[in-house]
Design a protein around this ligand. Structure first.
Ligand code: AMP
Length: 215
């Protein structure tokens, strides 16, 4: 197939990608929130969009089931990035990966005293690299969502999670005590597809790059 497939996830990534695609001359012909379609045609016969779960985007692109994808750096760091070319920071879906604890918990002195902290997170790779680099011993508890609940129920002392406005932390009496990394969405490309379909993919990367720098 000479056409290309772009993997996106519903919600923030899809919504914030549409204007960039439009600036690159690509318009989705369906809204996945309404149509429930998982394969979406565009105004270009050679470009289609598939809708996958956010954490599955790198996998689809790694195996070439999609030629390109757009995914958060948080997801990419957990995946590891094998087989993926990462040409562009799209500067959308921005937030921060942080360590957060209950208000009043003295994180700094717990770390200083070498306390072994229990940390709940969906981002095990990111968390273990962060604490290993600091030389802090932690026990990680894997969760799939609502990390904020873990310290409130005694499941963990701290969490590693994404924060955007900070409203969710605040509403649950938590505070960020360490920033691990700024996060934004990245364009990822299957390395073999880039070689085989260069004449379609390269101009698209260039057009998206232009859209990002003009946005
Ligand atoms: P906020 O209350 O605005 O700080 O948002 C925090 C909640 O939204 C947390 O549950 C985060 O996991 C989630 N969140 C914030 N930003 C993002 C993002 N860019 N991608 C995915 N989840 C996010």
């Amino acid at each position: 197939m000479s056409g290309i497939t772009l993997a996106l996830s519903k919600g923030r990534i899809f919504d914030e990608t549409l204007p960039l695609l439009k600036a690159a001359g690509i318009v989705a012909l369906d809204n996945p929130e309404i149509s429930r379609k998982l394969v979406i045609a565009t105004n270009r016969a050679d470009v289609r969009i598939i809708i996958v779960r956010a954490s599955d985007v790198p996998t689809y692109v790694q195996y070439g089931a999609a030629d390109l994808g757009i995914t958060g750096k948080d997801v990419l760091d957990e995946h590891g990035g094998a087989g993926l070319y990462q040409p562009l920071d799209l500067n959308i879906a921005r937030c921060r990966m942080v360590v957060a604890v209950p208000v009043g918990f003295d994180y700094a002195s717990a770390v200083r005293q070498g306390a072994r902290l229990r940390v709940a997170t969906k981002y095990q790779q990111t968390a273990s690299e962060h604490f290993a680099a600091k030389g802090v011993h932690v026990d990680l508890v894997k969760l799939y969502g609502s990390m904020e609940l873990a310290p409130l129920t005694g499941l963990a002392d701290a969490i590693v999670d994404l924060v955007s406005t900070g409203n969710t932390l605040k509403a649950n009496n938590l505070q960020a005590v360490e920033e691990i990394a700024p996060i934004s969405a990245r364009l990822i490309v299957n390395q073999a597809a880039l070689k085989l379909k260069r004449e379609v993919i390269r101009p698209l990367i260039d057009a998206l790059e232009k859209a990002v720098s003009h946005g």
